[in-house]
Design a protein around this ligand. Structure first.
Ligand code: NAD
Length: 354
């Protein structure tokens, strides 16, 4: 009981969620359920054949495929997509892919009022949130708005069976970071905390089994269930130091999204664990020491452990620590620039946090 906030707001559960194996077959029904009949199917170039197959499956409900989604939602791509959406007379989007494709769907929706059906094929966790990050002229801006959140999310375990092993691990560690920060978020509520706690348990239980046998459907279902809860918890809450540092490294130094989250995770969460009792409910899952336990978990899974492997230099760490201090944000543990610099050094060297 000690970790329950004295006051909270529970904003309701805003998205319809369909979860299971073979649920891709239900997309047409979900489009009709929204009262829509002209879907533009979205994907990255890499997943274009899956998007075309889905468009074929939708038949008259599809007006075609736009397969140019890119990491960080560049506004130039969104403008081409909105033009395609309008030219085709579309009335909704169906986004099939990871966070990049779902981000494009959100960017179209917030500009046109399109309804969205999101079909996540990674664990990144954009689908349940009202958050959109966009890039223009090298600058990334992030905003929250109810018009950004997809109306319907369809999780099909089958679509994750072929997710490459390394991406599976980094993407799931990216997901679990949302749940950890949701637990100590200033706007946590009892439901977001329940979701975050079970998300961490599910990924902790399921991921080693997926790593051992990537085609293990039951284990894949467990991890995807966890990823859903991570995304939902992210959608309810405000993130802290971990997400700030991941944003600084990705935004200012171009480090890859999921790997950056995976490497920072034991260091940021371990740093904060010393200052909050909100992680007590999950500490036992990591041997009682969240930082060291997360590092062991990541190491056993073969996850990347060193920021130096992402091409960062020690001079970059000096700059990153400075940028991370530019704006204030909530965090359970107060810090100075030298604390962040030391944390980044440990993550750069790949040391196990105490
Ligand atoms: P991604 O969507 O860029 O996907 C990476 C690559 O993997 C792409 O080429 C994609 O086509 C491919 N891929 C996806 N699923 C696959 C599968 N099952 N099998 C094989 N290949 C597959 O990467 P991501 O990590 O899913 O998303 C990262 C992006 O999402 C970032 O831009 C991040 O900022 C954003 N994001 C946003 C939020 C939010 O709430 N707004 C939350 C989390 C992440």
């Amino acid at each position: 009981m000690s970790s329950m906030p004295d006051q909270f707001v529970f904003p309701g559960i805003p998205a319809r969620v369909v979860f299971g194996s073979g649920t891709l077959a239900q997309i047409g029904e979900e489009v009709r359920r929204l009262g829509r009949s002209r879907a533009l199917v979205l994907s990255t170039p890499h997943q274009v054949s899956d998007a075309e197959a889905l468009s074929g499956q939708l038949g008259d409900l599809s007006v075609g495929v736009f397969a140019e989604a890119e990491m960080h939602t560049p506004v130039a791509v969104t403008e081409r997509a909105v033009a395609a959406y309008k030219a085709a007379g579309a009335d909704c989007v169906v986004a099939l892919g990871g966070g990049s494709t779902i981000g494009l769907g959100k960017a179209i929706a917030t500009r046109t009022g399109a309804d969205q059906v999101a079909i996540p094929t990674t664990y990144a966790g954009s689908e349940m949130t009202d958050i959109l990050g966009e890039t223009e002229e090298g600058r990334k801006t992030t905003r929250r708005d109810p018009s950004i959140r997809p109306e319907t999310v369809v999780y099909d375990v089958d679509l994750t069976l072929g997710l490459p092993a390394q991406m599976t691990v980094t993407s799931a560690l990216n997901a679990i970071a949302h749940a950890f920060e949701a637990l100590y978020a200033p706007d946590a509520n009892p439901i977001s905390s329940l979701m975050a706690g079970d998300a961490i348990r599910a990924i902790r239980d399921g991921l080693p089994a997926v790593k051992a046998a990537p085609g293990n459907k039951a284990a894949r279902a467990e991890v995807l269930y966890g990823a859903w809860l991570c995304s939902a918890a992210l959608g309810y809450t405000t993130m802290s130091l971990h997400h700030k540092l991941a944003h600084v490294l990705g935004g200012s130094f171009g480090t890859p999204h999921a790997e950056t989250h995976a490497i920072l995770l034991p260091h940021t969460i371990g740093f904060n664990a010393a200052a909050t009792d909100r992680l007590d409910t999950v500490a036992g899952l990591f041997g009682g020491n969240v930082g060291g336990g997360l590092w062991d978990f990541a190491s056993d899974l073969g996850a990347p452990l060193r920021l130096s492997d992402l091409g960062l230099t020690e001079a970059d760490l000096d700059r990153a620590a400075g940028i991370a201090l530019e704006n204030s944000y909530s965090n359970p543990r107060p810090f100075q620039e030298e604390d962040i610099r030391a944390l980044l050094q440990a993550a750069w060297e790949g040391n196990r946090p105490d």
